[in-house]
Design a binder for this molecule. Structure first.
Ligand code: PBG
Length: 326
């Protein structure tokens, strides 16, 4: 029997050697934690399908932000649960809306935290779609103005970055020009450039109470069967002025993350969404998988695919684990 001259196992013999030649690393600086903010005081409400994730009032969110910083996690993306919903999603762009309140308070009390806001109408509309309706269709161009108003009100309230997730055509350009006209040219846009119409968002819609009341989102979010279209979507967002390109969901789109990384020179973000988190949590709760290891492995795979930034409900746990290892 002739052995190959190169024996890969030589380089796997101990942990120090493996660490030395490791190609991909995770660090807390690359992680962003999604948080759900609700009206009221002193309330943390558990979300059944997302164990460990809560809807927080602003005062509780301040505590959570401080706890995150202690773990080395320095960025949050905010989602709002308004008091009331209406057809035009007015809670999204209300001066004193829930996200706007949270931004002002967090900026004041935890200024070190980087605050990103999800810009969309679905948590604020009574019909649950991501824009205003014309008949039973989401009216793309009428929605643009509402999204731009939302982004502007977030930036005025202190958002460090805005992240449109609605998938309307032309929204990055509309938001960019609105921010620029208001003198907020320093606020970057992280666009959900490639967002698939995915069943993995199920638990999020429980959390945000944002399930569409009729139909689904397939007329604006992308068909998971398409990859060339993903590149067209990303190209448009680059041309419109996006600063970061996001792909979502993450684990079912690792090939797309890689393609976007290879085709564009902007930073790439990936969103490990609610359903990905829930699957891992559920299997771990049954004792079927090791939660800490699967968490780390899934996040590492997303990095290896090419993501510079990862948005994940595991962000705080992962940051803590990385800190303990260091
Ligand atoms: C808002 C939005 C959604 C998610 C992020 N922004 C819901 C959706 O599009 O239905 C999903 C996040 C997750 O599942 O964790 N449009």
């Amino acid at each position: 029997m002739v052995f190959p001259e190169y024996r890969p196992r030589r380089m796997r013999r101990n942990a120090t050697l493996r660490a030395m030649i490791r190609e991909t690393r995770l660090s807390a600086e690359q992680l962003v934690l999604p948080v759900f903010v609700q009206p009221g005081r002193g309330r943390r409400e558990a979300i059944a399908s997302m164990p460990g994730v809560c809807r927080l009032t602003v005062d509780e969110l301040v505590k959570e932000a401080r706890a995150c910083l202690q773990c080395g996690l320095r960025a949050l993306i905010l989602f709002g649960l308004p008091e009331k919903k209406d057809a035009l999603g007015s809670g999204a762009y209300a001066k004193n809306g829930i996200v706007q309140q949270a931004l002002r308070t967090l900026k004041d009390k935890v200024p070190e935290m980087l605050l990103i806001t999800d810009v969309c109408l679905c948590e604020y509309t009574d019909h649950g779609h991501c824009g205003c309706l014309h008949g039973r269709e989401v009216d793309n161009d009428a929605t643009l103005e509402l999204l731009a108003r939302t982004a502007l009100s977030h930036a005025e309230a202190g958002a460090d970055m805005v992240a449109p997730s609605d998938m309307m055509d032309g929204r990055v350009a509309e938001i960019r020009s609105t921010l620029d006209e208001a003198g907020l040219y320093q606020v970057p846009i992280m666009s959900y450039a490639v967002k698939y119409a995915s069943a993995f968002y199920g638990p999020f819609r429980d959390a945000a109470d944002s399930t569409p009341q009729f139909g689904d989102r397939r007329a604006y979010q992308m068909d998971p069967a398409n990859s060339r279209e993903a590149l067209r979507e990303a190209t448009l967002d680059v041309e419109e002025g996006a600063d970061i390109l996001m792909v979502k969901p993450a684990l079912s789109s690792l090939d797309i993350i890689r393609q976007v990384r290879d085709e564009f020179d902007l930073p790439v973000a990936a969103y490990q969404v609610s359903g990905e988190y829930a699957m891992i949590k559920a299997a771990a709760a049954n004792g079927w998988i090791d939660e800490a290891r699967v968490m780390a492995e899934s996040l590492l795979a997303i990095r290896r695919a090419g993501a510079d930034i990862i948005i994940s409900y595991f962000a705080k746990d992962m940051a803590r684990a990385l800190g303990e290892k260091a």
